[in-house]
Design a protein around this ligand. Structure first.
Ligand code: AKB
Length: 314
């Protein structure tokens, strides 16, 4: 039975990850941590919770000393658009937090997961069917952090034997917790606006393709990778994973299958558009499929149907 410590547990991925891990490994074996304590009625407080600023190495160490986890899932990070607004803070939080978490994992001999992103690619990366091993020269602070983070995880694996594992997540779509400060967030907002207002003005332009994945698949993929036989993992940097490559028109067309009157307009944000333009159109997840059986269940239409139903029921 695993004993897991999660940072950034109140974030978009962290919230659903914490709930699923508690279901599988037992509530008391999954410690959620985040910068601030959530509202008292938060589902996350149904299990162990500690306030933790990931830049505070001493407190992170003290919490691990007491809880004695064997696995660290480090999710706390600033996303791409927010990082671009405050790059120095992004560097300090994204890199400082990761280094602290890796150090705790090294000292406590923990297995380690942290997500990378399609943001780790840049304008000189092959745009279509982007391979696992390719040019990574991102032009955003978030991307620089993600590439440096992948290398740091590789370093802790090779130099200290920390069992580091990671995936390059595409945009993640969920109705449980809205994302904050990402470039792919339009693909979440569009569903909420479709149900609530019948129309959406996209800040990402038509024809801008990016990879996406439904959150259930993202959570399953983390669990599957962490459970995978270490000997089968030939790739030790982050694995490409994706379920679909879409642009706003494709998402709108899918929504119209369930809500024929849905209207899509555009109000393009130059900052987020420039970030999106620097990322791949579609990435190749063959290595993840072959090495540990990655296999997403949701395609665009099944995701759309699930999102619309869930938001209507709120
Ligand atoms: C973002 O848009 O910043 C994230 C990501 C793809 O890493 N969703």
């Amino acid at each position: 039975m695993k004993r897991i410590m999660i940072t950034g547990a109140l974030g978009q991925i962290g919230t659903e990850l914490t709930m699923k891990l508690r279901e599988i490994y037992g509530t008391d074996n999954v410690l959620a941590t985040d910068l601030r304590r959530p509202e008292e009625d938060s589902i996350i407080l149904q299990g162990p919770f500690e306030e933790l600023n990931v830049m505070d190495a001493e407190r992170m160490e003290a919490i691990a000393d007491t809880f004695k986890p064997d696995t660290m899932m480090h999710m706390a990070a600033l996303l791409s658009a927010t990082a671009e607004k405050n790059p120095v803070f992004a560097w300090n939080l994204n890199m400082g937090g990761l280094l602290n978490a890796l150090e705790v994992a090294r000292k406590h001999k923990m297995q380690f997961f942290t997500p990378s992103s399609i943001g780790a690619f840049g304008p000189t990366t092959p745009k279509d069917n982007t391979p696992q091993l390719t040019i990574q020269r991102p032009t955003t602070m978030y991307g620089v952090n993600k590439v440096a983070g992948e290398l740091l995880c590789d370093y802790y694996y090779h130099s200290f034997g920390v069992d580091t594992r990671s995936v390059r997540f595409p945009g993640l779509i969920s109705h449980v917790k809205e994302p904050g400060g990402g470039t792919t967030d339009y693909a979440v907002e569009i569903y909420f606006k479709a149900v609530r207002e019948g129309r959406y003005d996209s800040y990402i332009d038509k024809g801008t393709f990016m990879d996406m994945m439904y959150m259930d698949d993202a959570i399953d993929c983390i669990i599957q990778l962490m459970e995978a036989d270490a000997d089968k993992l030939l790739t030790r940097n982050a694995f490409n994973v994706t379920a679909m490559s879409v642009d706003p028109e494709a998402v709108a067309a899918s929504i119209r299958k369930f809500m024929p009157d849905f209207e899509l307009g555009y109000d393009v944000d130059p900052v987020r558009q420039a970030i999106a333009d620097s990322w791949p159109n579609s990435i190749d997840a063959t290595e993840a499929k072959e090495q540990w059986g990655f296999s997403p269940k949701f395609d665009l239409d099944t995701m759309t149907e699930t999102m619309l139903e869930a938001i209507k029921a709120k």
